[in-house]
Design a protein around this ligand. Structure first.
Ligand code: BG6
Length: 365
């Protein structure tokens, strides 16, 4: 038993700390329907000068940027590019004084992200960091910093930092749109109300964490595919990364539409599929793919909202999450996948907190 407050591992402890981490991330951020960032204090004039936004990061932090992009674009009406830091720093990105460059990092020390930051800074961009570790190198070199407040994250596989990074990007989107005056009051109120429900709804998932335990079909598999569309696709990418980095099972995340254009050739009865079907506007499309896969004798685990009565008629197994405003549901949808990855890794006898070949922050490259 490790020194992690009675939990078997830091990863499980950090998964279970998410409800409280959400409260810390949200604390003091919403006043009378307005999002508050005292550490930014940006004016309409300053925000108005940015004609594009880059979100740059590595690993799980990069996946959080994919979730931040749609809302930023919807509410600000400017292009948002999400980039892998190790690639961004090696090319000549279209960055200038009219660019807001956002660097996301749990540790604040990842060399690729730091290198990318310096590239953007040299090109005159405004540098904002979204960080968990206060006083880190990235925080010192950025123009502005927003701290997650998620508390220390020890396990190499990032969990609570990922979900709080999502929440912080939702808050940032609404903050920028409120400063710019481009979001209807009702829309921001609906999303802020939903964000405040996240701690309690996450606790409901945590309270029944054993329901998301290791599944033989997944635990004994050599290859697993995760699928989804839109935000569900981004959760599929993170779900696959969690399973890969902890259980050492080869896992890939794919768009539920795109998988048909090649990769489906290697999806067989030997390769279970995990389908995330939360986003309402594309639910039917993902359900149709599930029907197709099951008809081929493929084991399908689906993740859906608790009021769903259709998916259980088709999928081999179903994970349910509490219902919430669709746009913030990715924060909840990933938690069963974090738990499943954790329990699968434990069942396979792996060093869950310190997986082989990985480190909490890749420094000095
Ligand atoms: C890897 C970690 O080394 O770096 C991942 O194993 C993490 O969990 C990635 O997502 C990026 O780290 P950071 O600290 O910049 O968010």
């Amino acid at each position: 038993m490790c020194a992690c407050d009675g939990y078997a591992h830091f990863m499980l402890k950090e998964i279970c700390e998410q409800p409280e981490a959400f409260r810390q991330t949200l604390q003091g951020r919403i006043e009378e329907g307005k999002v508050i960032f005292k550490e930014l204090n940006w004016t309409k004039e300053l925000v108005g000068q940015w004609n594009k936004i880059y979100i740059v990061a590595c690993g799980t932090a990069y996946h959080s940027g994919l979730i931040g992009k749609p809302m930023l674009e919807e509410f600000l009406g400017i292009p948002v590019m999400v980039e892998i830091a190790s690639e961004f720093q090696c090319r000549d990105p279209l960055v200038d004084k009219k660019t807001l460059a956002v660097f996301v990092s749990q540790s604040g020390e990842t060399s690729d992200t730091l290198g990318a930051l310096r590239v953007a800074k040299n090109k005159g961009a405004t540098i904002l960091s979204i960080i968990n570790a206060e006083g880190s190198t990235i925080a010192r070199e950025a123009d502005y910093n927003i701290y997650l407040g998620a508390g220390p994250e020890i396990a190499v596989a990032s969990t609570k930092a990922y979900t709080t990074m999502q929440i912080m990007q939702y808050l940032l989107s609404i903050y920028l749109a409120q400063v710019k005056g481009t979001i209807p009051a009702q829309k921001s109120e609906d999303i802020l109300t939903a964000l405040m429900q996240l701690p309690e709804k996450a606790q409901q998932i945590i309270d029944r964490k054993e329901a998301y335990t290791a599944i033989p079909e997944i635990k004994n598999a050599e290859d697993v595919f995760f699928v989804g569309r839109l935000m569900d696709y981004f959760i599929a990418l993170e779900g696959a990364l969690k399973l890969k980095e902890t259980s050492y099972i080869h896992a890939e995340g794919w768009g539920a539409g795109e998988i048909k254009h090649g990769t489906l050739a290697i999806v067989t009865e030997e390769t279970p599929v995990i389908a995330i079907a939360i986003q309402k506007i594309i639910y039917e499309k993902t359900l149709n793919l599930v029907k197709e896969l099951v008809a081929k004798g493929i084991f399908v685990l689906a993740v859906v909202e608790e009021d769903d009565t259709e998916m259980e008629k088709w999928a081999s197994k179903v994970f349910y999450i509490p219902q919430i405003e669709n746009i913030v549901s990715p924060v909840l949808a990933v938690i069963p996948l974090q738990l499943m990855a954790y329990y699968t890794a434990v069942a396979r006898g792996n060093n869950v907190d310190q997986p082989r070949n990985l480190t909490k922050a890749v420094i000095g490259e």
